[in-house]
Design a protein around this ligand. Structure first.
Ligand SMILES: [Zn+2]
Length: 451
């Protein structure tokens, strides 16, 4: 977005136009009108940040209308070099409309830049009960503005910082909500061969559906921490300065180990989401590293590439020399299987090229989420070297599992839930559980929801 300096006369004529637009809407609808603009100090009135914050404000207004059962009789919006503008003619008492606008103006760091004026059906503007605080020094009242206590540069810097802070807060919350939703979604998918689902515990004796709900809930704030870590590591002004992708991954690891302890506390010592803590944690960090306040989230390909850049060298250096203290490392020594860590280091090709496009295709064909996800899991089992399968069933068991999954999806057919249930029975009988594939199903659900 090109940022453009506006002259005083342009500001004045834009204001006149806005009043004319408001009056026309009032005339036409005869109900209160909201006039929403951004309060931007200085000669630049439209920036990438102000535009994104404005879009959030519009969304909040629409949600508020539906929450309060206000009906909108007419609306109009436009994006001009003099700033974004939106108008809503709302069929509701002016005081209630004003109360909603003040609530939104006072919600979070972005709200303070919202000017949501309400003009009653009689043409009179409603006033706020409380004065707004200065954006630089946070003192209440209009003192700073009328006495010009801050320079334009100070006002602009404070505006950008606050808008970026508000947008980052939304992004962080969204990442955590979608990651939690993905873990809950993964365990809810039924049937799943050998895995815990809503109908049985598969090949597991020490955990059930509710263990997974506890575990997923305990990890909620971990995803926020990973996102913030990645974000700060690419912000030069941050305390620790800029970190390379590999340094960022190293900084995430103690956070991941803390999350594992929280998981163990929530499940009574059962390891439900260790793989997800690693994989989704790296992805949330990569999302943070690639996120920009001006543009938001990057496309999936870029995120996966970043996850690979973060982990590639460190994992390649570690795996052959590791002190073999996990099942995955033991299997690497025995069979050369790099498991989930190898997948992440390669930028999750099984998700990028197989499960994510397939899951989207199945949804587009009208399959419900549960069925689409269950079929997607079969493709992951057919595609991946799952160290959990190797660990429980040895090379023979793992090969059998792959073969059985491949048969069900041969020729691109979509197996019924009943035939997947039958496979579930056979996996369980053979004590096979494709936990690594389940983690990548969660990653698939997460990335699908994000984009
Ligand atoms: Zn001030």
């Amino acid at each position: 977005m090109k940022e453009q300096e506006i002259t005083l006369s342009e500001i004045l004529s834009a204001r006149e136009e806005r009043v004319a637009l408001q009056n026309a809407l009032l005339e036409q609808s005869r109900v209160p009108v909201i006039s929403f603009t951004m309060n931007m100090a200085g000669p630049v009135k439209l920036t990438a940040l102000s535009h994104r914050a404005f879009a959030w404000g519009i969304e909040q207004l629409r949600l508020g209308f539906s929450q309060n059962k206000f009906s909108v009789l007419a609306e109009q919006s436009r994006s001009l070099p003099t700033g974004d503008e939106a108008y809503f003619a709302v069929d509701a008492p002016a005081e209630r409309v004003k109360a909603l606008c003040v609530e939104i103006e006072e919600s979070g760091p972005m709200g303070r830049f919202f000017d949501m004026d309400v003009i009653g059906a009689d043409g009179r503007k409603l006033e706020r009960a409380t004065e707004r605080a200065c954006i630089v020094c946070h003192r209440p009242g209009r003192d700073c503005a009328s006495r010009r206590l801050h320079t334009v540069a100070e006002l602009q810097a404070a505006t950008s910082a606050e808008l970026a802070r508000g947008l980052q807060e939304l992004a962080r919350r969204r990442v955590a909500a979608l990651a939690t939703q993905a873990l809950l979604g993964e365990v809810a998918v039924t049937p799943k061969p050998g895995l815990v689902d809503r109908s049985n515990n598969g090949a597991h004796r020490d955990m059930d559906y509710f263990t997974f709900l506890s575990s997923a809930s305990s990890l909620h704030s971990y995803w926020e921490q990973c996102f913030d870590r990645g974000r700060e590591d690419t912000t030069p002004s941050a305390e620790n300065g800029f970190r390379s992708p590999g340094e960022s991954f190293s900084a995430l690891r103690p956070i991941g180990r803390q999350a594992e302890r929280e998981m163990l506390a929530a499940t009574g010592g059962i390891n439900t989401h260790k793989g997800a803590i690693f994989t989704l944690g790296v992805l949330c960090g990569a999302l943070g590293r690639c996120w920009r306040a001006e543009t938001g989230f990057q496309p999936v390909d870029i995120i996966l590439e970043e996850a690979s850049a973060m982990t590639r060298e460190i994992l390649a250096a570690e795996l052959p020399a590791a002190d073999w203290n996990t099942a995955g490392e033991d299997l690497y020594r025995k069979y050369g299987t790099r498991g989930i860590r190898g997948e992440v280091a390669n930028g999750l090709p099984a998700v990028r090229d197989v499960s994510l496009p397939l899951f989207r295709r199945l949804l587009a064909r009208g399959l419900d989420r549960n069925h689409a996800a269950a079929v997607t899991l079969l493709h992951l089992i057919a595609e991946l070297e799952d160290t959990n399968l190797l660990h429980r069933g040895g090379p023979d068991g793992a090969a059998w599992a792959k073969h059985a999954a491949t048969e069900l999806i041969a020729d691109g057919s979509i197996p019924s839930l009943a035939s997947i249930s039958e496979l579930d029975r056979q996996f369980t009988q053979r004590n096979l559980s494709p936990g690594g594939c389940a983690d990548l199903l969660a990653v698939t659900l997460f990335l699908e929801a994000l984009s």
